[in-house]
Write a protein that binds this ligand. Structure first.
Ligand code: CMP
Length: 133
């Protein structure tokens, strides 16, 4: 069964949306395989988003992601990576399809409520980043 990594970002955790977002995963046949609430350090955020290190938004993104707690989970199901991306909607909430998480709850490109792995390869790397024993 395929797995993917999800992060419920500070804006959604602060607004008490964790339960509603997890329930959207479950209604779409994604099982919550592992889950934890943590506050990222700036260094952890920088390591996690390393692929974006040369983008102009990198510093703001890492400052924001380490500003207050996030909920990190491993989701499991058929085509979990693609399914989670479909459920999340486009990165910018303005472009996200109706009924997707970012359409329902996203505030801006940074405060877009959720992160999800973009490929099976990155899902493995991102799951290991947070859950490697
Ligand atoms: P996420 O899926 O967490 O991956 C990187 C994040 O960078 C992205 O969601 C956005 O919240 C944020 N971001 C900020 N500016 C941009 C941008 N111009 N393009 C893509 N992502 C951006």
């Amino acid at each position: 069964m395929e797995k993917t990594l999800s992060i419920i970002k500070p804006d959604a955790v602060e607004r008490n949306l964790v339960g509603q977002i997890l329930s959207i995963f479950e209604k779409n046949s994604l099982k919550i395989y592992s889950i934890k609430k943590i506050k990222l350090s700036k260094k952890m955020a920088e390591d996690f988003y390393f692929v974006h290190k040369n983008r102009p938004f990198f510093n703001d993104l890492c400052t924001y992601m380490s500003s207050s707690p996030v909920v990190v989970s491993v989701l499991e199901g058929d085509n979990a990576v693609a399914k989670n991306r479909e459920i999340m909607g486009a990165t910018n909430p303005k472009d996200a399809a109706k009924g997707t998480i970012r359409n329902l709850y996203g505030i801006s490109l940074d405060k877009n409520s959720v992160h999800g792995s973009d490929s099976k390869e990155n899902a493995k790397i991102e799951i290991d980043f947070f859950f490697k024993e």
